[in-house]
Design a protein. Structure first.
Length: 147
């Protein structure tokens, strides 16, 4: 599996960051690679919530089926990817500067199918393609929250 980790420091407390990332359907507001999010369960928050994220990375499009596996406000939201790309990931929020600021870490371990270059895609595509996109996503999130 390929591991991708990015982080950003945001000038608000973790509860304020959580308020923005908690509505999963709003992730399309700051994730450039996420085109739409559709829930496949009646619940839209918490462990057991399932959704499909239509994702576009360059010429590649996929419908990423995910399930929330951890939900600990305001510090952790984790998912399992159950589709073409498999694996797991999490947003981890840590208070810094006496709870005045937040370090948000986005950490994922992903397995790519053979037609997305398999192990080679995990080794090269993750760091060279996905990681820069996710860094920009977190910068967009930071700007949105700090506005």
């Amino acid at each position: 599996m390929g591991r991708i980790t990015v982080f950003v420091e945001i000038d608000v407390p973790p509860t304020d960051v959580w308020d923005v990332i908690e509505p999963i359907e709003r992730h399309v507001d700051w994730m450039a690679d996420a085109e739409s999010i559709r829930f496949s369960t009646d619940q839209t928050r918490g462990v057991g919530t399932c959704f499909v994220c239509d994702t576009k990375l360059g010429p590649f499009r996929l419908s990423d089926q995910m399930e929330i596996t951890e939900w600990t406000p305001p510090s952790r939201m984790a998912v399992r990817h159950n589709s073409v790309v498999s694996g797991s990931g999490a947003f981890v929020l840590e208070a810094i500067d006496h709870d005045r600021r937040t370090r948000l870490t986005w950490d994922e371990e992903l397995r790519f199918p053979w037609y997305l270059a398999g192990k080679l895609g995990e080794t090269i595509g993750g760091p060279l393609v996905i990681k820069p996109i996710w860094r920009r996503n977190l910068r967009r999130l930071k700007a949105q929250i700090e506005r």
